[in-house]
Design a protein around this ligand. Structure first.
Ligand code: NA7
Length: 536
């Protein structure tokens, strides 16, 4: 079996760029991808209304000036088909497909200490060997089914937003039920409601959603942004969230009531995440956060005609922003449609399913199709689903039974030569994901080049550096209001998952500086060994 330098799992944005970067370093590299095409989460999440919640001009690769100049985004926030078309364009433009095997799931990977390589098994019984194994498996790639009693009793069609049929679904005239009001639910509900005969939304926890005000990008704006692209990208890299929007420049508690209302109104009118990031204090001060939340509650009450429905839609159990903000088109307006009803599962929990629908503590509901918008086993799910065995055969699942631990969110003690792109403990979902991916791939590409140049065969995170890093990530998050919500950031949406704050919350720019300092200090915190050293 020919041994590769680098085996990459996943052909989403991370896998594509990792392959390109590894080739540039003169390393042999190959990608194994479960899906039938590139795009990762954008390959699978084809539900109606699926869009990125980061602006397209920002949520795109910056590593190639030609690429960013030649590609044209149609809208402020791109749709899933457009993002998928972009991923395909990247694959073709950089001739990546010849080193990708599609339709291949990795089931196991074991570290061979004698040979200093990873041995990887795939679902069809295939085997590969590589010196380095890069998990580009994504933060939101393992769909989570709800833990509801008796779902199998239901005889209608069941769909999950994150594994949507490729051919699409026609809901015309159908009675549809949807469980889940996170981003996927909030994006799909308005579009399903337009088609369906009736849509019943089963909501356990309301979420905060800010309008996208999505619209085509005017050609003159596109030209202007492309002219300034280098500056915009530099600004993104120097920011908290990895984006070029102005952030942290208003302190809510410094403002009087009138100015405060105007400040909230301005960000509501601008739309999107900047409702959170424009303010320096709403994620650290409970009072500032309460005011920001109250403004949104009042917007919901203005938009939704039925006061009882409006009240049910107002999130009151968590600080605004502590669960990822949703960015919507006509979400709250949809509840004014006569064919849409909202069921509050806190008032009437699901007690079971029937052949035609579901039963709650108060009533029975029937529908032809049930849509599960119930999210993901985020950030760790794709890694722990594979039998990854490190030194002495230790399973990653076991090593992480009390919560994920990874140095820089990138490398794991006891798992030499294994790297996780945007793994737990890195900014990942707290930053513009494409930039977070670029930063990790570039940093790792440099490390692999360094290893090649210096004959280093084994790279392992030191246990003490890893423990220190995990502590730092936790302490950073604890200085904010983020851990105060039962979010997928802390694994709260998966029963039994250890509660640990997974993203690095001190900011993308801080993280990148730390990574660069570590590299400049000779990869501090990593044990780098030459073959001879290892043999000795
Ligand atoms: P999310 O944000 O995890 O949302 C999942 C939703 O499903 C949320 O409203 C959950 O309610 C609900 N849910 C999950 N399990 C159940 C059960 N058993 N009963 C009722 N309701 C349930 O996933 P999304 O796919 O929407 O978005 C994930 C990210 O993708 C998003 O943040 C963007 O970054 C893109 P809960 O809040 O747990 O009460």
């Amino acid at each position: 079996m020919a041994r590769l330098d680098v085996l990459i799992v996943g052909a989403g944005f991370a896998g594509l760029y990792m392959l390109h970067r590894a080739r540039r370093a003169g390393l042999s590299a190959h990608v194994l991808e479960k899906g039938g095409g590139v795009g990762g989460t954008w390959y699978w999440n084809r539900y109606p209304g699926a869009r990125c919640d980061v602006e397209s001009m920002s949520y795109s690769f910056s590593f190639s000036e030609e690429l960013q100049q030649e590609w044209t985004w149609s809208h402020r926030y791109a749709t899933q088909p457009e993002i998928l078309a972009y991923a395909n364009h990247v694959a073709d433009r950089f001739d990546l497909r010849r080193d990708i095997t599609f339709g291949t799931s990795v089931t196991a990977a074991s570290w061979n200490e004698k040979e200093l390589c990873w041995e990887v098994e795939t679902a069809g019984g295939g085997r590969r060997q590589a010196r380095f194994l890069v998990m580009a498996t994504g933060c939101l790639s393992v769909p989570k089914l709800p833990d509801l009693p008796g779902l199998a009793t239901y005889e209608g069609r069941v769909l999950h937003t994150a594994s949507w049929p490729r051919e699409g679904v026609d809901f015309t005239g159908h009675r549809v039920g949807i469980i889940g009001t996170g981003s996927s639910g909030i994006q799909s509900i308005p579009l399903i409601a337009k088609q369906a005969g009736h849509l019943t939304v089963f909501q356990r926890t309301p979420n905060f959603s800010i309008p996208a005000w999505n619209a085509p990008i005017p050609p003159e704006r596109e030209r202007e942004m492309k002219r300034r692209y280098a500056d915009l990208r530099a600004k993104s890299r120097a920011s908290y969230a990895g984006d070029y929007a102005d952030e942290g420049y208003v302190t809510i508690l410094d403002l009087g009531e009138k100015e405060r209302e105007e400040a909230f109104e301005k960000r509501w009118r601008e739309g999107g995440f900047n409702y959170q990031y424009a303010f320096s204090d709403i994620m650290v001060s409970e009072e500032a956060n309460r005011l920001a939340a109250e403004f949104v509650h009042n917007k919901i009450r203005e938009i939704v005609h039925d006061p009882k429905t409006a009240e049910k839609l107002c999130p009151k159990d968590h600080p605004i922003g502590a669960k990822r903000l949703c960015v919507d088109t006509d979400y709250y307006e949809t509840y004014n449609r006569p064919n849409v009803s909202l069921v509050d599962l806190r008032e009437e929990p699901v007690t079971g399913f029937t052949a035609q629908g579901l039963r709650t503590a108060k009533a029975e509901y029937s529908f032809d199709t049930l849509v599960l918008a119930t999210g993901f086993d985020a950030m760790t799910g794709a890694l722990t689903a594979i039998d990854i065995r490190g030194s002495e055969g230790r399973l990653l699942r076991d090593a992480w039974k009390d919560g994920p631990a990874a140095y820089l969110g990138l490398a794991i003690a006891g798992f030499p030569n294994l790297f996780a792109i945007t793994g737990p403990g890195s900014p990942s979902v707290f930053a513009n994901m494409v930039l977070a991916i670029e930063q990790h791939v570039e940093w790792l590409g440099n490390l692999l080049e360094h290893a090649k140049r210096h004959g280093i065969a084994r790279i392992e995170a030191e246990e003490t550096s890893q423990a220190e890093w995990v502590r730092r990530v936790t302490e950073g998050a604890d200085r904010t209001l983020f851990p105060k919500a039962n979010s997928w950031y802390v694994g709260a949406n998966v029963p039994g998952k250890p509660r640990i704050f997974m993203p690095f919350a001190d900011g993308f720019c801080v993280y990148e500086r730390i990574c660069n300092d570590i590299a400049a200090a000779g990869y501090e915190g990593f044990r780098l060994s030459h073959v001879e050293e290892h043999a000795a």
